[in-house]
Design a protein around this ligand. Sequence first.
Ligand code: G16
Length: 546
Amino acid sequence: MEALLERAAATGLEKHPRKLNIQIKYGTAGFRTIANQLDHVIYRMGLLAVIASKSRKATIGVMITASHNPEEDNGVKLVDCHGEMMPAIWEKYATQLANAGDDEIVGVLRNILSAEVKNPDVSAKVIYGKDTRPSSVPLAQSLQDGIVALEGEYHDFGLLSTPQLHYLVVCTNTNGAYGQPTEEGYYNKLSHAFQALSKQQEPTPCKNYSRRLYVDAANGVGAPKLRSLLSHLGGLLDVQVFNDGSEGRLNYQCGADYVKVQQKLPVDMKVEAGIRCASFDGDADRIVYYYIDQDGKFNLLDGDKIATLVAGYLQELVARSGINLNLGLVQTAYANGSSTEYITDTLKVPVACVPTGVKHLHHKAQDFDIGVYFEANGHGTVLFSDDALKRIADSAGKNSSLTSDEKQAVKHLSTVIDVINQTVGDALSDMLLVEIILRTRDWSPSDWNKQYIDLPNRQLKVKVKDRNVISTTDAERKVVTPDGLQAAIDTIVTGYTKGRSFVRPSGTEDVVRVYAEADTQVNADKLAKEVGNKVYDLAGGIGDKP
Ligand code: G16
């Protein structure tokens, strides 16, 4: 192995040297920065993925994407053998390896191997995919070079959405028990379940729900993947795709992040009142919905609204099925205060708050038989524990002892599981889930929206010299450093009715994020600005003040 490590380091030095002495950190969703700084990082992630595969004795996934970031950025994240993010210790290894000098690589690799791998001779397999950024093509080659350098086996799946890669990792490692480990297998699993659910509901005529949906694909990989999915749906949805990448730039004035943060329509999307619209992000792992009402007003149905829709539906199915399953919902500090109140007081579903990032939400959702998790930005899914799956399957098996309503509920429940990509938040799968629920409820977007009224809110980004001077606690709701910032935020917030605000360093962009909500939009905007200015003053702001 030692000779292999030496050779891998030599290949790195020759073909993928570390050209800039810039430190990079494995953040919320892997490494993300300007694409031209990532060549050596991605080569080294190829090396690390091989070691991770040897450690797990299973297939590891790697996704090349910077998701919602601008087109000139790129990124890489590793997907562990169960389809989850890598544990914290591996994030530490990734950071060490990415920042090591070219002459230090062998030492770092040797340490990781000795800590994590019992038998270095065991074979390794890595599967990977990439988004539509032009820089993803050469970076995928760098990754492949890294895998090959440590003699790992690889499968290049080409263009994929991030959730498709997670799905493929799980299918591969469960030998097909979760689904066929192919892109076609993914479409088949989702579409068969969607069609079955639609049939189970027939012949209920819909007065308010319409099959018509406009989707903004952020000029990203979601566009071709959505079209492939639609070709499997037998016309059950009538979808018009906007921002499909044929003209505009990735995520530029479009996509889930733009629509959520700006609270307005993507550019170039002409929308008639009442039409249900959705936006994906650049790698199709997030979705938000919205519509224009009869007064011409834009209405956002974000991750919180999706979470409450899904939790309410599943809770009802569970109750009707007579199976004793506990259902919980996981949010982050960005969740609108009204959504948390609605979940707690109206749905009466237990709700937990965790720090931003899929790994935190996914992990917490595993505490429940059925764990629904969603970030307000539209990233989320539903997890069913093994025990819950078994009990639902058992119930479906003893069909004859159930009432007809119980039978129907169990049937819906066991079918809806397959519409959901449990491996990670997935715009395509979430879209199908939302559509099936809206159709079941016969709800228009405004029927959905009026379940609770969002508190007006605003998000801002503040540029600072070093965003790591801000540290937080209490699921990111309180600042620990720099000194005096939290006290200042507390004082500002007391001046606003229903005021709430927090700040945190982003893990995907070089900014500090500010969130504020209050009784009116004017006040939410004012509060965000005041807090943003405080961040600028106390945390080393640079450039324009908010
Ligand atoms: C990633 C993560 C999300 C997170 C988002 C923003 O999303 O997967 O969990 O909410 O980044 O993170 P931050 O506020 O730390 O920049 P995506 O869609 O960009 O992969």
